[in-house]
Ligand binder design. Structure first.
Ligand code: BV8
Ligand code: ZN
Length: 256
């Protein structure tokens, strides 16, 4: 299918945009070789992700949970950002402080590609948090074994990841909502948009005028290989791999 008319429409909207917000999901890292969630029908080695990525799962068997996260940490340490990540890093250079990259991903690939204005809604694989004193540490992506201890207090540390049933980090969630309120164009890339409250940002981008009267709806551009759960809010849908689509959009914005 010829995507060029949709890409041209996206370029036009972005060239007029004063402020851009982006929501990414696992699909933006798919071409880097990082498995997505729904593709593996939400199973990992026979475990439902909600079972290993949940406080109950942690209470039940923290060793199993650490094994799940150590495997993902090792996987991510062996992959590279793809052209889609790099295109988003170049876009941040164009808009500067008026560019906000909100991600559900925990793989750190946006930062490795050069983005600095990244709001990690669901935490990050490279960080741990202490179950005792709450100390949050960037441990890199090494295998931490199954019983890692806090250097400050000796208690067990857990992944600094937002599990199902846990609330999102307050400051990050506030920033994500602010960025969504203020953007002219909202890009939603590589997410099935079934996980809330993250997916709710797309509706907020369209319906913020219901909350602050004078705000106009943002233009929503979706980049995915198939329409997501929020397709009803999408103005321009571009259905192709983000690693190929994003560089084409960047090229068009730059061509002037
Ligand atoms: C909370 C960390 C409350 C784990 C994650 C019923 C209805 C609605 C909501 C709920 C409900 N029951 C429970 C809830 C709430 C729940 C939720 O939304 N559940 C869902 C499953 C229904 N949400 C929560 O629990 C959240 N917390 O609500 O707290 C609260 C409030 C106050 C006080 C206390 C508590 C917390 C949610 C966070 C969970 N943690 N991640 C980890 O990663 O280890 S979510 C997990 O799913 C990942 O972060 C992932 O990012 C996220 C979403 O998945 P996607 O990124 O979209 O990935 P997916 O595989 O689904 O899709 C990939 C997409 O890419 C596809 O569309 C595919 O087509 C596309 N694609 C593939 N290849 C490409 C591509 N696109 C472009 N190019 C390609 N090449
Ligand atoms: Zn501690």
């Amino acid at each position: 299918m010829d995507l060029s008319p949709y890409i041209a429409e996206a370029i036009k909207l972005l060239r007029e945009a004063k402020s851009v917000a982006v929501l990414t999901g696992a699909g933006v890292s798919a071409e880097s070789g990082v498995p997505t969630f729904r593709a593996s029908d939400g199973l990992w080695e026979g475990h439902r992700i909600e079972d290993v990525a949940s406080p109950d799962g942690w209470e039940r068997d923290s060793n199993l949970v650490w094994t799940f996260y150590n495997l993902r940490r090792t996987n991510v340490s062996e992959v590279q950002p793809n052209p889609g990540h790099y295109a988003l890093a170049e876009m941040e250079k164009i808009w500067g402080e008026d560019f906000n990259l909100i991600t559900q991903n925990v793989d750190g690939l946006h930062q490795r590609a050069g983005n600095t204005r990244v709001w990690e809604l669901h935490g990050a694989l490279n960080r741990t948090e202490c179950t005792g004193c709450g100390d949050i540490v960037d441990q890199g992506l090494t295998d931490l074994g199954t019983d890692p201890r806090c250097k400050k207090c000796g208690d067990l540390v857990r992944p600094n990841i937002v599990w199902f049933g846990e609330s999102l980090p307050h400051e990050v969630w506030k920033k994500a909502q602010e960025a969504t309120f203020l953007c002219d164009v909202f890009l939603v890339i590589g997410t099935s948009a079934v996980v809330y409250p993250a997916a709710g940002l797309v509706r907020l981008a369209k319906q913020r005028g219901d909350i602050v009267g004078e705000l106009q709806p943002a233009k929503v551009i979706e980049i995915n290989i198939t329409p997501s759960d929020v397709v009803t809010y999408v103005d321009v849908g571009i259905y192709g791999p983000s690693g190929e689509v994003l560089p084409k959009i960047l090229e068009g914005i730059r061509k002037g």
